[in-house]
Design a protein around this ligand. Structure first.
Ligand SMILES: *[C@@H]1O[C@H](CO)[C@@H](O)[C@H](O)[C@H]1NC(C)=O
Ligand SMILES: *[C@@H]1O[C@H](CO)[C@@H](O)[C@H](O)[C@H]1NC(C)=O
Ligand SMILES: *[C@@H]1O[C@H](CO)[C@@H](O)[C@H](O)[C@H]1NC(C)=O
Length: 452
């Protein structure tokens, strides 16, 4: 009996070990925000819960609402004010590159859902706010390079639309089985200082895989002109340590350099293959997503991937965006790196039912979190969290006297945006905003006793 029991146990160990080495010949990926928590029935609520946790961390004992609002309204180049469901910024706000698009996004959200009165600081930094710049005031960020523990409440990045009416577009329907079985990616690779180069390094790793395994990868620069990677042997881990220290979060180590990365670096023409229109991404079963070339944080490319009816493969990195808490690795997407990506794609090709299930779950991420109404509702919930946490309602709704000095402000109302299309998805230029000048006397009226 005992002998038989031991034999069974040993057989079981072999099976488990065998399965593990089949699944993970690669070193484990460090824990990251994109590894996802468990998706729940209400993914929007899950994402919003993260905002509440952030506010408790950033401002455990918020000051008087009037003081908080005065501080916000003094940051002329980054406050956004919503009153009576209308959007106001100072002219200085529009001197920053991604701010116009954020204001257009908010104005279009206000046409879909009623937004409470609020004022907050908006940071468009791709990496989020530095530890040293965190303030106990409502602060909206578009990404956190080091993961959720960084300060600021996550809002959608400015590349959804930015006018939400332009965001919900019909997709090409391509049957899954008829699609290419290679992982598709297109993007530029540039050379940045070591503490900002993580995304370019990841991009070089992925493109080098296309040279090694052209049967599995179609990851290339669109053109050799946008393809100038840094020498992959140049940066050590100091850059990653600096990012972790400056922004918060753990050090996320980069993979070691391979021979094919060195070859691709020396001959960038070998990793350049022609532009692919976003619409054409629906011709692939697998869409690879690489971190951004600018700082290695988020990349706008991901916004549009979920709805293409393909499996989304997220390249392992530490950054997070607003909806990541609602993702679940293994169900909504898979996390890959240079070591694991080839075997992950081979296994998906051998198991088309699993691949189709992942593609359907990715599509559901778009439909439940990234649809135009979903984005508007999520943004409205961030506004409500700001209002509740900083107790803004009693002041902003009922007595706005003395919050701002209208002689010091140059207020504009942002009413929307004219359509804007760019093949590379660049930020909305200011000229495309529908703006209205707010006179000093109108400003004084806005900041009077009367609320509503
Ligand atoms: C999901 O949560 C959001 C935010 O808390 C809420 O507004 C919405 O009604 C919920 N949806 C469902 C289906 O329960
Ligand atoms: C990529 O590089 C090309 C060629 O240099 C350039 O025209 C394009 O604007 C770049 N794309 C982005 C998103 O920066
Ligand atoms: C709005 O103000 C700016 C700057 O003061 C001015 O150049 C512009 O002509 C004004 N627009 C209108 C419609 O009054």
């Amino acid at each position: 009996m005992r002998a038989a029991g031991r034999t069974t146990t040993m057989w079981w160990y072999c099976l488990v070990l065998g399965a593990q080495s089949y699944a993970t010949d690669c070193p484990p990926v460090p824990a990251t925000a994109m590894a996802g928590q468990r998706a729940t029935a209400n993914a929007t609520a899950l994402a919003a819960r993260e905002v509440a946790a952030t506010l408790r961390r950033d401002a455990p004992a918020p000051g008087a609402a009037a003081d908080v609002l005065r501080a916000v309204l003094q940051s002329r180049d980054d406050f956004l004010l919503i009153l009576r469901n209308r959007v106001f910024v100072d002219r200085a706000f529009l001197t920053k590159s991604k701010h116009a698009a954020h204001a257009a996004f908010v104005a279009s959200a206000a046409r879909r859902v009623r937004l409470g009165n609020v004022a907050y600081r908006f940071s468009a930094g791709t990496r989020g706010v530095k530890r040293s710049s965190c303030r106990p005031v409502p602060t909206a960020v578009i990404a956190k390079v080091g993961g959720h523990r960084q300060c600021g409440a996550l809002v959608p990045n400015p590349y959804f639309g930015p006018d939400l009416d332009a965001w919900d577009v019909a997709e090409d329907v391509v049957p899954f089985a008829a699609r290419s079985s290679k992982a598709l990616w297109r993007g530029n690779i540039s050379s940045r200082p070591c503490d900002k180069d993580a995304g370019n390094r990841a991009r070089l790793e992925a493109c080098a895989l296309s040279v090694e395994r052209p049967d599995l990868f179609d990851a290339y620069c669109p053109h050799v002109n946008g393809c100038a990677p840094r020498d992959p042997d140049q940066c050590d881990a100091a850059g990653e340590r600096l990012v972790a220290k400056t922004y918060g979060g753990d050090v996320f180590p980069h993979a070691s350099t391979t021979e094919s990365m060195r070859r691709a670096f020396r001959a960038p023409a070998t990793i350049a293959r022609g532009y692919v229109e976003p619409r054409k991404f629906a011709s692939s079963k697998y869409l690879l997503h690489l971190p951004g070339a600018f700082t290695g944080s988020y990349s706008r490319n991901l916004n549009g991937l979920w709805r293409r009816g393909a499996v989304v493969l997220l390249w392992a990195a530490a950054y997070t965006e607003f909806y990541f808490p609602a993702l679940e690795e293994g169900r909504t997407h898979l996390v890959v790196d240079a070591c694991s990506a080839p075997s992950v794609i081979e296994r998906l090709n051998a198991d088309p039912r699993r691949a189709e299930a992942l593609a359907a779950a990715a599509r559901a991420v778009h439909d439940s979190l990234l649809c135009a109404d979903c984005l508007a509702r999520y943004f409205a919930s961030v506004v409500n969290h700001f209002r509740r946490h900083f107790a803004l309602g009693p002041v902003l709704d009922h007595d706005r006297r003395k919050l701002a000095d209208c002689d010091q402000l140059d207020l504009l109302e942002v009413r929307g945006a004219r359509p804007w299309r760019d093949p590379y998805g660049r930020a909305l230029p200011n000229g495309h905003l529908d703006l209205r000048n707010v006179s000093v006397s109108e400003c004084e009226q806005l900041f009077s006793v009367e609320g509503g």
